[in-house]
Ligand binder design. Structure first.
Ligand code: BES
Ligand code: MN
Ligand code: ZN
Length: 496
């Protein structure tokens, strides 16, 4: 789907979308359209008892006096409640509704929102951004989709008074969308396509954008003493990798921000094998790493003025004759030893070496890790919020705010010494799981033992990386959660 910004002329083709507010108050463009239609639009709205609630739709086919096939009115609700996120959601609702409308072209008329302090160009850019995010589908492996199910819209026009200014506002948003969609692609690809070795090749594509990509294999990690990460991958036929991405938007001497992702390309549980039912979902267990890769793509794409490191640990957790056993003791890069009680608590084993390596080598300003780490996270917060665990109040608050703004919400969870005690081991420095309670917190306590007092946030995205139902900005499936959150967080707090 191509997105165009055009002047506010009445389109001659396809379908036209206009807006109305609560109590059926028409936008000024909708009033103009109504006039052209000799009042047919307002009569139709009255007949349909259209209220103008956010997301409410009315279609008027074959509008009198116009060349387009259908005129749609979409409700925006209360004008006081609108902001950039709402306008993105409006764009998402429009494309969700009209993607397969039979027309190739749709045009949406954007207008300034005085209450929200948004110009028509900002409205237009945000509508387009939302449409692009919601339009995403992963069609690669469908070869027999019936014609009438296929999307028809190939041109999404947004009309506004200064299209070239809208284009400028849209530029960076478009790059963020590139990052989100890349993350969704990576998460959606099955485990036989994305495994550690093939994943590396996808990440290498980022070098075209100026991201420095460095890849460590098993020999190098052995040398560094990353026994925890290597233990997880040792049952797999695919070689484990650690990939380091670097984006320097500032003087290289400035301490970088670091983002670390869990990249378990498939999690069978290992010898502590998961039950068969639903195991296919575990292709998404690299969602944390995909968010980091997508973030790097977004930042480099929009040439963010920040120094940022992305580190992802790529492994496949398989049961086999070479797999690690429950009870094995491994030595992490930090020197701390770990008793592996359960081979299915593997994410923390991957992250602990990645975190230690990152702080040791890069001396970052802070570290933020993302991981589909625990099923318990979904028990606690469902799919609405990701849990954050942190030793730093300020960064936690900055993340909370960014999350509210972009609609990728986070909720802070407690950590502390009483939880930390639960992962002490009888024969090693720690074990990789606690008791049956507070599973997400004991996982976070485990990670904290490897951050060396660097300001740190752990984001458990087990509930938010994949959704069974569509939202305004994503079809069902991979959400790309984390890319927009962290992009906004960086933009608001750490860019010059
Ligand atoms: N990748 C899973 C976490 C997960 C499970 C995410 C289900 C989403 C849905 C992780 O590696 C895992 O298996 N965690 C275990 C830890 C336990 C063995 C301490 C879990 O949550 O059951
Ligand atoms: Mn697991
Ligand atoms: Zn896992």
């Amino acid at each position: 789907m191509k997105i165009n910004f055009l002047k506010t002329d009445l389109p001659a083709k396809g379908n036209l979308v206009t807006f109305a507010y609560n109590d059926c108050r028409l936008s000024s463009f909708a009033r103009k359209v109504d006039k052209e239609m000799g009042g047919q639009l307002s009569r139709a709205l009255g007949a349909a008892r259209f209220k103008g609630k956010f997301g409410e739709f009315l279609a008027v086919p074959a509008p009198a006096g116009l060349e387009v096939r259908n005129v749609y009115v979409m409700g925006l609700g209360n004008a006081d409640d609108l902001n950039d996120l709402k306008m993105q959601q409006a764009g998402g609702k429009i494309i969700a509704r009209l993607m397969s409308c039979g027309e190739e072209e749709i045009s949406v008329a954007a207008e300034a929102l005085k209450k929200a302090d948004m110009s028509a160009e900002e409205v237009a850019a945000n509508v387009a951004f939302g449409a692009r995010l919601r339009r995403y589908r992963f069609d690669k492996y469908r070869t027999k989709e019936p014609e009438d199910k296929k999307p028809t819209v190939i041109l999404f026009n947004v009309l506004c008074s200064a299209p070239s200014r809208a284009e400028t506002v849209f530029g960076p948003l478009d790059k963020v969308a590139d990052g989100v969609l890349f993350a969704r692609d990576l998460v959606t690809e099955p485990g036989n396509v994305i495994y550690p070795e093939s994943y590396v090749e996808h990440i290498r594509e980022l070098s075209d954008l100026g991201v420095d990509v460095e890849v460590l294999g098993e020999d190098e990690m052995e040398e560094l003493g990353m026994g925890a990460l290597l233990g997880v991958g040792q049952g797999s036929a695919s070689e484990s990798h650690l990939v380091i991405m670097r984006w320097n938007g500032l003087d290289k001497k400035k301490a970088p921000l670091a983002f670390i992702g869990k990249g378990v390309t498939f999690d069978t549980g290992g010898i502590s094998l998961k039950p068969g039912a639903g195991m296919e979902d575990m292709k998404f267990d690299m969602g944390g790493s995909a968010a980091v890769v997508g973030l790097m793509k977004a930042l480099a794409g929009r040439k963010a003025k920040a120094n940022v490191i992305g580190v992802v640990g790529l492994v496949e957790n398989m049961p086999s004759g070479t797999a690690q056993r429950p009870g094995d003791v491994v030595t992490s890069m930090s020197g701390q030893t770990i008793e592996v009680i359960n081979t299915d608590a593997e994410g923390r084993l991957v992250l602990c070496d990645a975190l230690w390596y990152t702080q040791d080598r890069f001396k970052p300003k802070f570290m933020i890790d993302l991981a589909t780490l625990t099923g318990a996270m979904m028990v606690a917060l469902g799919q609405e919020y990701a849990g954050i665990f942190s030793n730093d109040d300020k960064i936690s608050e900055q993340l909370f705010k960014a999350g509210e703004e972009v609609g990728e919400a986070v909720w802070r969870m407690p950590i502390g010494p009483a939880y930390d005690e639960l992962i002490n081991s009888d024969i090693a420095d720690m074990k990789n799981m606690g008791n049956k309670y507070a599973g997400s917190i004991t996982a976070a306590q485990f990670l904290q033992r490897f951050v060396n007092d660097v300001p740190w946030v752990h984001i458990d995205i087990a509930g938010t990386a994949w959704k069974q139902t569509p939202s305004d900005l994503a079809d069902k499936g991979a959400t790309g959660y984390g890319v927009r959150l962290l992009d906004r967080f960086i933009q608001e707090n750490y860019e010059d």
